[in-house]
Design a protein. Sequence first.
Lengths: 174, 174
Amino acid sequence: MDIFYHDCGINLRKIQGENVRRAGLLPTREMVPVFLVLEPMETPDRETMMTELNFKKGGGLLPVIVQDYSSREVLMLAYINKEAWEQTIATGKAHFWSRSRSKLWLKGESSRHYQIIKEILLDCDEDTVIYLVEQQGGAACHKGYRSCFFRRLRGDDFEIKDEPVFDPAEVYKK
Amino acid sequence: MDIFYHDCGINLRKIQGENVRRAGLLPTREMVPVFLVLEPMETPDRETMMTELNFKKGGGLLPVIVQDYSSREVLMLAYINKEAWEQTIATGKAHFWSRSRSKLWLKGESSRHYQIIKEILLDCDEDTVIYLVEQQGGAACHKGYRSCFFRRLRGDDFEIKDEPVFDPAEVYKK
């Protein structure tokens, strides 16, 4: 069903029936200008996409798994708020919310080891995302390892399984 | 240096020097019973291992990334408390804390799609772990997909990129 409505007395706009959820008055076939009570149209725009992420569950924050686009190795886990999400989308570089420093955090802002976004995945509950990235500098961990997950459980203790890629003292010096 | 100390007037115990951090009084070579002020011994036991995980940061919960041991595909993200962690270690099957149901959750308790632990990784901040698992039933997501991350960002919206492996209505029927 096609529906026409009168918009501020200026334009007659045609809306797809599926976008009209409630109609206080249906216009006649002769397109008499009347008001319709409409719910927001579900046009897929930036705003709609963002509301699909459930930031409420984690008190405004949402965990992001960062995974190497080529090797599929998990590099780190960090958190985003809406601002970090928007900055990531706008720049194509991974941004997070630093819980320890309570500020927006461009990954690589000190080390220049930026994470270039190749793909973004969303989970079934809309409360976790994956950034598939190209890790610049070859290492994500501030301790110099390729991945922050450089330890594995062996018996009752964790052992280091990887070799560091860079010297943190060298990379983070001012 | 070997140090001997008198334990409650009953046993004389020998302790490796490296475990003795502070000594109020050092016993003589003749093993005169005195008290030593000792910090907890760093023997790698179950208790020590658990305290390495930082449950405090997330209010008692800690995120777990579940990854397929063979393909390295990220299957899901869930949370553990200490009990879920202990049950995972004790049984070799992934246990979590269900935030929505507020209860211990053996993954697969309804679907029988258990996650068999192959390896466990720990991150640099001790506040995230990875379970590398063999996913029984071929699918981790309650919506029937292999991974919960079955959607990817395309333009301004998310699109489904995978095919379901099972029919949830069939698997979760009572």
